[in-house]
Design a protein around this ligand. Structure first.
Ligand SMILES: Cc1ncc(COP(=O)(O)O)c(C=O)c1O
Length: 417
């Protein structure tokens, strides 16, 4: 009998990786476009994009080339010096937003949001205002500030005492109007909540929020870490809700901004753009030449390959298909940030967890990777360059898995027992 000398990848994880994630037992080795392959050589359709990160799919030649070229030139210099890739990227993103403002580059979504919390406090400090209001069900990251801002109890448990100055309220205007007070410095919302189950705010809501913030001289922040940077078929997630005029005072991004290379950023509108002056904020890695070159390649490719239009069209295709599927209660979202809320399907033998988790596991077995969001919703987040044929392929897998999830009719159930 031959003895296995090497531990499996799962065994190495169990031994050496802190178990903060209940990972799916799937070790991936390679990706191309919307497909990935596991260690056994099995292919999957990747509709996770690394949780809304791989904007151009896997191994896109433009991203490969930009990274290779920049890696051979200048990888990192810190923020003590200037470099062209950061300057040009900031100008490009500024043009994308279309309102005068400035940008700070960092490394992740939680870090970008931390910058916004500091901006709120700096702006409010002269008037004794430091409180930030967010929405129930929101998700803003895993730092202490992030979990304080997040409107979900589960991320806070065991990490008390909570950071002072954060308050979450139901996503209703009267609740926000009631919560704004003498200590409020900012209101922060995701125009489309991602982790909370893909829940878009309406155009009317965002406009009313803008008016409320103006009335009370409170800053309005959009956390576009998940819904920004083209994911919805628009550069800015708030445009996808139908309110391009509801421009916030600051926006945070990360995830898709550099197509898989770690980069975060926040943009601040004039006249607030210089509030965080020299010595008030910083980060060693943020906006390195390598990260900025990757982001520029992502923006150029989105423009060259008309991927915003593709995201809108493929999104509409997936919505139309999903609305016909069995057990789908509601389809929400915009572009390629889509959530399918399903009925409470009964567990199959040996299955545990929420409906969203159980369905995700069944889909993985069938060759389609998706992301659960909340208890009853699965997220479809393919890359922005996914094709119509790939969407058809994914829709067929989804349809079949959902059809197989049907509870057996009474007669056949009793006859087989
Ligand atoms: C809306 C939103 N904000 C912030 C974050 C945190 O981003 P990161 O994981 O890069 O820190 C996430 C991550 O899922 C997110 O969806």
């Amino acid at each position: 009998m031959s003895e296995r000398l090497q531990p499996t990848t799962a065994e190495l994880y169990a031994r050496h990786i802190i178990p903060t994630y209940a990972r799916f037992p799937l070790a991936l080795v390679r990706g191309a476009g919307v497909r990935v392959w596991d260690e056994e050589g099995r292919a999957y359709l990747d509709f996770t994009s690394g949780i809304a990160v791989n904007t151009l799919g896997h191994s896109h030649p433009a991203l490969q080339k930009a990274l290779a070229r920049q890696a051979a030139t200048l990888v990192h210099i810190s923020n003590l010096f200037l470099h062209r890739p950061q300057a040009e990227l900031a100008a490009r993103i500024g043009a994308m937003v279309g309102t005068p403002g400035k940008i700070f580059f960092c490394n992740s979504g939680a870090e970008a949001n931390e910058g916004l919390y500091k901006l709120a406090r700096k702006h409010g400090s002269a008037r004794g205002r430091h409180e930030i209001i967010t929405l129930d069900g929101s998700f803003h990251g895993r730092t202490l500030g992030g979990i304080a801002a997040t409107g979900q109890l589960k991320v806070k448990l065991g990490f008390g005492p909570p950071l002072d100055g954060f308050l979450s309220v139901p996503a209703r205007l009267e609740c926000l109007a009631h919560a704004v007070g003498a200590r409020t410095a900012a209101i922060m919302v995701e125009p489309i909540q991602g982790e909370g189950g893909v829940r878009p705010l309406s155009a009317g809501f965002l406009r009313a929020l803008r008016a409320l913030c103006d009335e009370h001289r409170v800053l309005l922040f959009y956390d576009e870490v998940q819904c920004g940077f083209g994911r919805t078929g628009y550069w800015c997630g708030w445009e996808a809700t139908g309110a391009p005029d509801a421009v916030p005072d600051a926006v945070s991004w990360a995830k898709g901004i550099a197509g898989g290379f770690p980069l975060g950023a926040f943009w601040v509108r004039e006249p607030f753009a210089d509030l965080l002056g020299p010595g008030t904020h910083g980060t060693t890695y943020g906006g390195s030449p390598l990260a900025c070159a990757a982001s520029q390649a992502v923006i150029e490719t989105i423009e060259k390959e008309s991927l915003l239009a593709n995201a809108r069209e493929r999104g509409a295709q997936l919505v139309a298909a999903a609305e016909q599927m069995p057990h789908v209660r509601e389809v929400r979202g915009a572009g390629l940030l889509l959530g399918l809320e399903v009925e409470d399907l009964p567990p199959l033998a040996g299955e545990e967890g929420t409906v969203a988790l159980r369905l995700t596991k069944r889909l993985i077995k069938a060759g389609l990777l998706v992301v659960p969001a909340g208890e009853q919703t699965i997220r479809l987040l393919p890359p922005l360059n996914v094709t119509a044929a790939e969407c058809d392929e994914a829709a067929l897998i989804l349809h079949n898995v959902l059809a197989e999830s049907s509870p057996q009719p009474e007669a056949s159930r009793s006859s087989s027992s």
